[in-house]
Design a protein around this ligand. Structure first.
Ligand code: 13P
Length: 253
């Protein structure tokens, strides 16, 4: 069982040429990176098909977005089937930026999870509380509500294709990271919740990533906890060298 994963999320950054350069560097260096860490990247969607064709290493590709519907008259949307047909491995679902600005409600998140799993597309499911909820001590309730609703109708077998990413909103792009203790505590809570919602085996096989200002200087400390299996990296994934430092930090070797 390999739980260790480092996934990069470029958000709306990089030109296609910069994206190609990044993939070429990673392809070249991948053999020297720890084999026990799965490495994933989520570039802007228009680049996906061409980057998948370009890449010749074990790098996995993630879409930052996926439709909550099947194909049809939905201008601007792209379906999970389309992503699979382009060689994409996962979709990022429920990111706080999409929840906050693009109407990704719990209900929409659940539909996207269903469409993705049905199409054979893996899911990186994001959850995270805002600062008000953290200050009120209600963070566990928020995460429990988000996960229960997103995974409604999902069975234990399907969980093999689901990765959870805990991203406290107050730590995203702010430079303020959750402390190692805060991350450890929430990840432990999520794993317990998975055990009660599914079963112990599913809970121990599911990767739970931390996201929010994770960078080379703090990755070792955050990943040291038993329940933190790696990271979902925004800013620090743009630069291959920084990203590689984080990948090394996620290795158990
Ligand atoms: P930063 O690493 O830039 O804080 O972004 C985290 C994130 O949102 C990854 O999805």
């Amino acid at each position: 069982m390999m739980r260790n994963i480092v996934a990069g999320n470029w958000k709306s950054n990089k030109s296609i040429n910069d994206a190609r350069d990044w993939v070429s560097v990673m392809d070249k260096d991948m053999e020297s990176l720890p084999i026990d860490v799965k490495v994933m990247i989520a570039p802007p969607a228009p680049y996906l098909a061409s980057l998948v064709s370009l890449s010749n290493s074990r790098l996995l590709f993630v879409s930052q977005q996926v439709s909550a519907t099947q194909s049809g008259a939905y201008t601007g949307e792209f379906t999970a089937e389309m992503l699979v047909s382009c060689g994409v491995d996962y979709a990022l679902i429920g990111h706080s930026e999409r929840r906050a600005s693009y109407g990704e409600t719990d209900e929409v998140v659940c539909k996207k999870v269903r469409c993705s799993l049905d199409a054979g597309l893996g899911v990186v499911l994001c959850c995270g509380e805002n600062l008000d909820k953290r200050d009120a001590g209600e963070q566990e309730q928020v995460i429990k509500d988000q996960l229960s609703s997103a995974l409604d109708g999902v069975n234990a077998l399907e969980m093999e294709d689901v990765i959870i990413a805990y991203e406290p909103i107050w730590a995203i792009g702010t430079g303020r990271t959750a402390s190692a203790e805060q991350a450890a505590s929430m990840h432990g809570f999520i794993r317990e919740w998975l055990a009660s919602r599914f079963d112990l085996n599913t809970a121990s096989a599911t990767s739970i990533l931390y996201g929010g200002s994770c960078k080379p200087s703090n990755a070792n400390e955050i990943f040291a906890s038993e329940d933190v299996d790696g990271g979902l990296i925004g800013g620090a994934s743009l630069n291959p060298e920084e990203f590689q430092e984080i990948i090394k930090a996620a290795s158990s070797l």
